[in-house]
Design a protein around this ligand. Structure first.
Ligand code: THU
Length: 134
């Protein structure tokens, strides 16, 4: 599975986005260590805060399927700059990704910026910060 193929999957699922409020579709595709791909699109709600971003839909699908090791994620949106994942998604990504997991962020011009998890969310809160309780 190449990064280009992962991006193609993200583009494909972006068409399924349920975005009657923002009209801003986003697609994400997540590659597991086992070679499986989990895709996600954003799904909005009339009660706006209940909406879920594409990245989290993909991650939650993968986790609920028993996957826990991931190597790469692709995210695509019709943005001018490479689409920056929101803060909530960064925190969820940091729960399940390694610091060197690659995240490829693509814009409307098909330009991709690749960042690692550590670059996307440095100094992140994690279970080790809770000591024995984590
Ligand atoms: N959104 C995502 O799905 N992922 C991102 O990286 C940025 C924002 C969604 C949330 C909402 O449905 C819409 O884009 C506008 O914020």
């Amino acid at each position: 599975m190449s990064s280009q193929e992962l991006l193609d999957k993200a583009r494909e699922i972006k068409e399924k986005a349920y975005v009657p409020y923002s009209e801003f579709p986003v697609g994400a595709a997540l590659l597991s260590q086992s070679g499986k791909i989990y895709t996600g699109c954003n799904i909005e709600n009339a009660a706006y805060p209940v909406s879920c971003c594409a990245e989290r839909v993909a991650i939650f699908k993968a986790i609920s399927d028993g996957e826990s090791d991931f190597t790469e994620m692709a995210v695509v949106a019709d943005t001018e700059r490479p689409v920056p994942p929101c803060g909530s998604c960064r925190q969820v990504m940091s729960e399940f990704f390694n610091s060197d997991t690659k995240i490829n962020l693509t814009n409307i011009h098909n330009y991709t910026k690749t960042v690692t998890m550590e670059e996307l969310l440095p100094f992140s809160f994690n279970s080790s910060d809770m000591g024995d309780r984590g």
